[in-house]
Design a protein around this ligand. Structure first.
Ligand SMILES: [Zn+2]
Length: 154
């Protein structure tokens, strides 16, 4: 599956991360869109209601309810989730537990250093991409494969 993103959408996502980072907090953004063949076309870069700290986040029941209503109304799906970390980008145990998307092939992206030094141009180099496997593990996708097969920025 190929995620189709816009530069404006990535910029919006990074702005959310930097805002939260100023409060020393992680942030999660959900990329919503539609599946068209093998493409996941992202149309909304949505910051759900969340409870976040310096090293974790979760979406409370009212956030999940609002998300579900939004998905129904727009006939959208969660194409991927992306969140920020204070330091290194990795998939923590809490991330495994609280992942919103967990179907086979689902994408979860992590941006380091609260996106302080992440730009549109280095976004794919800074960000780590994980994919949910058949064995129910989050496996890191190598950077070349991300650029080649998983993400297209329009
Ligand atoms: Zn995390």
């Amino acid at each position: 599956m190929m995620l189709i993103l816009t530069r404006a959408g990535i910029a919006e996502t990074l702005n959310h991360f930097r805002d939260a980072g100023q409060r020393n907090s992680e942030c999660v953004v959900l990329w919503l869109g539609k599946r068209v063949g093998e493409r996941l076309e992202v149309t909304e870069y949505y910051r759900p209601i969340q409870i976040a700290k310096a090293d974790r986040f979760r979406i409370p029941p009212e956030g999940m309810a609002e998300l579900q209503a939004k998905l129904r109304a727009g006939r959208l799906m969660v194409a991927a989730q992306i969140h920020s970390h204070p330091h290194e980008a990795f998939h923590s145990e809490a991330d495994d537990t609280w992942a919103i998307v967990r179907h086979e092939g689902a994408f979860s992206l992590v941006v380091p250093r609260f996106a302080a030094d992440t730009t549109l141009d280095n976004f794919l180099d800074h960000t780590k991409v994980f994919q949910f496997s058949q064995r129910s593990t989050w496996d890191e996708v190598p950077n070349w494969q991300v650029k080649d097969k998983c993400v297209r920025i329009t």
